[in-house]
Ligand binder design. Sequence first.
Ligand SMILES: *[C@@H]1O[C@H](CO)[C@@H](O)[C@H](O)[C@H]1NC(C)=O
Ligand SMILES: *[C@@H]1O[C@H](CO)[C@@H](O)[C@H](O)[C@H]1NC(C)=O
Ligand SMILES: *[C@@H]1O[C@H](CO)[C@@H](O)[C@H](O)[C@H]1NC(C)=O
Ligand SMILES: *[C@@H]1O[C@H](CO)[C@@H](O)[C@H](O)[C@H]1NC(C)=O
Length: 813
Amino acid sequence: MHISSLLPLTLLLGSVSPANAIPVAEAAGGGIHARHGNNEYGSDLVSRGSSNANIVARDGPAFWMESIKHQGISPFGPSGYTTFRNVKDFGAKGDGVTDDTAAINNAISSGARCGQNCFSSTTTPAVVYFPSGTYVVSAPIFDYYNTIIIGNPNAMPVIKASSGFNGGYLIDGDPYFSADPNWPATTVFWRQVRNFVLDTTDVAAGTQISGIHWPTAQATSLQNIVFQLSADQGTEHQGIFCESGSAGFAGDLVFNGGKIGAALGNQQFTMRNLTFNNAVTAISHFWNWGWTYQEININNCQLGIDISTGGSDQQSVGSITLFDSSITNTPVAIKSARSDSSAPQTAGSIILENVALDNVGVVVEGPNSTVLAGTSGSSVIAAWGQGNQYTPAGPTKFASDLTPVSRPAGLLDGSKYYQRSKPQYESLSASSFSSVRDGGAKGDGTTDDTAALQSVINSAAGSGNVVYIDAGVYKVTSTLIIPANSKIVGEAYPVIMSSGDFFNNMDAPKPVIQVGQAGDQGQVELSDLILSTQGPQAGAILIEWNIASSSEPAGLWDVHARVGGFAGSQQTTTECAKTPNSSNVDNNCIAAYMLMHVTPSASNLYMENCWLWVSDHDVDVQSGSDGGQITIYSGRGLNIESTAGNIWLSGTSVEHSSLYQYQFASTKNHHFLKQEMLTQEVYRYYQPNPNALTPFTPNTAIHDPDFATSCSGSTGNCAMGWGLRVVNSTDLHVYGAGLYSFFNNYDATCSVYGGPQNCQSSIFSIEGTSAISVYNLNVLGSQSMVDKDGKSLASYSDNIGVFTNNIAYFTTN
Ligand SMILES: *[C@@H]1O[C@H](CO)[C@@H](O)[C@H](O)[C@H]1NC(C)=O
Ligand SMILES: *[C@@H]1O[C@H](CO)[C@@H](O)[C@H](O)[C@H]1NC(C)=O
Ligand SMILES: *[C@@H]1O[C@H](CO)[C@@H](O)[C@H](O)[C@H]1NC(C)=O
Ligand SMILES: *[C@@H]1O[C@H](CO)[C@@H](O)[C@H](O)[C@H]1NC(C)=O
């Protein structure tokens, strides 16, 4: 993430490889605006041919969110601030005729929100709601910071560009406002768009227009969107235009028509359940480090996925992992610039697993010739890849079939991996929700809401209601117990924030929320929440997950941890400014013991788009040359000790804890995990000042790493938090991982492209473990890319990639 939250953009450009600089420079220099600009393309009023589908919004049942009482607040925001906005209350008609642009933009921007000239903010969250209808717009809808834009999922509203549309995007999900971007894409957090039809078919085919501009970072998502684009000859329409950022998740998207369905550049992304029909090119990458595609269905396109950008001498696309997907009636599935002599060495790495083909002439087209031929009939690619492999010795350059992962049965739904999108409870009515404010919780950041929250949670679990946490900051002073069969959904990312002595003893850690007791069975669903802490909380475990779910897996969607660095945390630039010149730890800046603990008795847990973040900068600081850098300590990231396993991590990330980000310890029984992009972005910004031995003492009861022993006698940056540690476990299958270490004591020299890659010696440790496989491992800033039982198996220098270094296929087998 956020290189650019810490460095001026010019420095950012300097730290990006030449290939990657192309799209970023565009972002900085306004090239995007020139290409997708305003007046130069927007004004021809061409009457449309009949080939474009005439999308008319359906009527349908109202959504509970429309009628539920709206009483969210922002205790640290402007006084009288309103979180929920129905665009019709701002004058939008949705009648398919009226120009609703101004009304919609008012709904988003009203009330001193974080827009132009605001770097970032946690204090003005909003839900902007669209009832069903057809909303004609003549210019972009400008998204603001910390905004969730939601349409009625029961009858998806259509946002329709007028024929004279003036601008590059129907929704500008990250407006730059000026050539100097308002907020760098890598600091765009907590943003969603869901349940819409974005229709550009009234705009002339030859006009450049995109459904959504989406350069974003962590904790952002697109869900359940249909892009209705011109399929006429010469179409210049695009669905998604995303040229930079550090995201993120997108799922349940359908693209009809267009020159390019999704035009993509970003460090990494997880995209799941996307269908492309009748595009010229379904997906085109400007650049990336690693991309995970699950359940991508490409039908009747000329080209499936183009990763050839930059050409063979200067490839700008690092890697893609594509699985459980299909490609039909498409002459070329993937276009690659990789060859034996292409550069950078590992760029253009591809992994395909369980990809069904029907009438695909060429599966992988190389720069000079076919690398993998297709078939006129139907067939399935069990597994194929190109890049560098370690099995576990290596590197070997390959472009050939692979033995597919032996998929643990418990992770499957049929032959594919289980997947489940965030529940929206669209068939329920408002009376099926229990508001915590109705139940007496204040959410004002000051009142102790422990008892009120617990009482609503308990009674909802009894009645079968869904707990609705109205927007606000809810202070708790002891553990909240979430019983089996609870469902909890937040409005505008409400914050549950622990506070006080109960959570501040690192020798007696306590969960902030405890999901079930050890041994409990049952299903639990949580979505759209932030867990957090206030002031020193050295014993706080933000989430303790004990539930074993027997039938439908339990799930977490858009549930994030955030400690330090926001208004109300009492760990801002005032209290916890960075300390590069001091080795003293300020105990007031120890924010958590562990971010999430999945305990031995837990199993069957699906997590999607969850970001467990120890803040590296103060999100509510609007200026300052260093972007408000702070030093906040958390002992551990996500610790999974489930013995039965069956854990799916889809598009999760964990950042900045001391000892490790992800740890899988003593997980047995052959059911484990499909870990998608991205494992994490380490970014231990202060280490090695102090190193991972401070301030937390390793606790063997929870399998902490013992750096004092493992690093004894070693030189270099050894005692640094692991990005990914797997101990005494089996059957861990990773479909795309990013392990990044950008800094040493706030200095990024160790990770620059072509530089020493010595921010830390090692980042990924496998100990006493078997049956682990990793597709497209992308590593930055670490000398060793993977260690087994204390020995490095792969050096970064053998696997140079676009910016991160890449191993396409690693297996312990
Ligand atoms: C995939 O997306 C489509 C379109 O939104 C949806 O109908 C379908 O249920 C989704 N599939 C899964 C497995 O979620
Ligand atoms: C393509 O073929 C030409 C001629 O054989 C060769 O010189 C060139 O290196 C090849 N390019 C790549 C990227 O393999
Ligand atoms: C740390 O010391 C350097 C060199 O003396 C100085 O330039 C810098 O401002 C100091 N940083 C902080 C945060 O005190
Ligand atoms: C892994 O298992 C070995 C052998 O049983 C044991 O000695 C070691 O302590 C275990 N490691 C951890 C971190 O639990």
